[in-house]
Ligand binder design. Structure first.
Ligand SMILES: Cc1ncc(COP(=O)(O)O)c(C=O)c1O
Length: 341
C-alpha cells in the first residue's frame, strides 16, 4: 500500500465530460484496472464500470435501444405503456427512455428486488407489479405470464421482452463492445460477464470477436439460479447442446459464449466485501461474480492476457441486503458479517 495510488485522483480536467442532455450519460463508461487483487499476475484485469450510466446500471443501454427501435418500427405507438419483467435495472432504463419519449412504464419485479431500486423506480414514476421468477413458466404468478396478461388485456400496453428482443444485444454491439475495444487499444483477450438475458455477453462478445476472433467470452452465473435448473441447462447449452435452447433465453448466443462458469453466491458476497476493502470498488453482486471468475482464470494466464470484467451495477444497490450485516445474519450468512462487519 502506498500513497502513489492516490496520485491517480483528479485526472486531466480535459477528460471531464460535458453533455447537452442527460442521455449523453448513457454509454462511454470508465474502464478501471484491478491492481491489488492481481498482485503477482502476468495478466491484466480491468473492470468496465457500467454503474456510471445515467440510471446507475448497464441496462440504460438496452432500455434506450429497445425503446427507440420499437418507436422506429411502429411497435410502440405514441403514449403506449411499456411493460417488462426483471430485476429492476432494465425498468430504470425503460423509465428514463420513457421520460424522454412520453411512454409510461410498468415493471414486474421479483420479491428479491433491492429496496433502493424500488425507491428509484417510484421516483421515476414506474408502476410496480409483484411477480415471481422462481415458478414454472406457465404459473399465473410467473413474471412473464403477468407481462403477457397485461399486454393481452390492454392494447396500449407493449411488452418489451428484453429476454428475446434483438435490440438488447444490439445495444452492446453498438456501444459496449466498441468502447472496450477502444479502451484496451484492441488488446482485450477475455470478456467476462454475468448472464441473465444474455444480451451483454452475446452483444459485446459478438462485437469483440468480430474485431478479433481469438477473444474468449466467458459467461458467469450464480450456482443457485432462481428456478433451480438454470445452471445445469446453461452449462450444457454453452457446451453445445442446442436442443436446450428452449430452456434459456433467446438472447443467450451459444455461438459467442466460449465458456460458462458458476460460483456459489455466499462466496461471491464474501468476496464483494473483500473487493470493496482492497480495491475501493463497491460492485454489484453479478460484477463480483464475474470478477471472481476472471481472477481465477487470470492468475495462471500468460503476459499479454487482458481480461475485461463487466460490472452491470454498483454495490450501493445492495447495501440493504448482501452488504448489510443484519441481512446476512438473518439469511444464514452471519459468518460473512462476523468477518467484516
Ligand atoms: C445486475 C445485473 N447483472 C447482470 C445482468 C445480466 O445482463 P444480461 O441480461 O445482459 O445477461 C443483469 C440483467 O438483468 C443485471 O441486472
Amino acid at each position: 500500500m502506498t500513497a502513489d495510488r492516490l496520485s491517480h485522483a483528479f485526472p486531466d480536467p480535459a477528460l471531464a465530460r460535458v453533455v447537452d442532455d442527460a442521455f449523453g450519460l448513457v454509454g462511454a463508461t470508465p474502464l478501471v484496472r484491478v491492481n491489488v487483487l492481481t498482485e503477482g499476475f502476468d495478466a491484466e484485469v480491468w473492470v468496465k464500470l457500467d454503474h456510471h450510466n445515467l440510471g446507475g446500471s448497464s441496462k440504460d443501454r438496452i432500455g434506450v435501444n429497445i425503446v427507440r427501435e420499437a418507436i422506429a418500427a411502429g411497435d410502440l405507438k405514441p403514449g403506449d405503456r411499456i411493460i417488462d419483467f426483471g430485476a429492476g435495472n432494465t425498468a430504470i432504463g425503460y423509465a428514463l427512455a420513457g421520460i424522454a419519449t412520453g411512454h409510461p412504464v410498468t415493471a414486474v419485479v421479483g420479491p428479491d428486488i433491492a429496496p433502493q431500486k424500488v425507491a428509484l423506480l417510484k421516483l421515476l414514476g414506474v408502476d410496480i407489479i409483484p411477480g415471481r421468477p422462481d415458478v414454472e413458466r406457465d404459473d399465473p404468478e410467473h413474471w412473464a405470464v403477468i407481462a403477457q396478461r397485461y399486454e393481452d388485456e390492454d392494447p396500449s400496453t407493449w411488452w418489451a421482452r428484453q429476454e428475446s428482443t434483438s435490440p438488447n444485444p444490439a445495444a452492446h454491439v453498438l456501444s459496449t463492445g466498441p468502447e472496450i475495444w477502444h479502451q484496451t487499444d484492441g488488446r482485450v483477450t477475455h470478456f467476462v460477464a454475468a448472464l441473465a438475458t444474455g444480451g451483454t455477453a452475446s452483444g459485446t462478445g459478438r462485437y469483440l470477436k468480430g474485431r478479433n476472433p481469438a477473444v474468449q467470452v466467458i459467461g458467469t452465473a450464480f450456482a443457485e439460479t432462481p428456478n433451480g435448473k438454470g445452471e445445469n441447462n446453461l452449462a450444457r447449452y454453452v457446451a453445445g447442446e442446442k436442443d436446450l435452447e428452449k430452456d434459456w433465453t433467446a438472447n443467450v448466443d451459444g455461438d459467442v459464449l466460449d465458456r460458462f462458469e458458476a460460483r456459489r453466491k455466499a462466496d461471491v458476497i464474501d468476496f464483494g466485501w473483500h473487493v470493496a476493502r482492497t480495491e475501493g470498488l463497491v460492485l454489484g453482486l453479478s460484477s463480483v461474480l464475474s470478477l471472481r471468475v476472471a481472477l481465477d482464470a487470470a492468475a495462471s494466464a500468460p503476459a499479454g492476457s487482458v481480461f475485461v470484467v463487466f460490472s452491470a451495477d454498483s454495490g450501493r444497490d445492495y447495501l440493504a441486503r448482501e452488504y448489510d450485516a443484519d441481512w446476512l445474519r438473518a439469511n444464514d450468512l452471519g459468518h460473512i458479517a462476523d468477518r467484516y462487519a
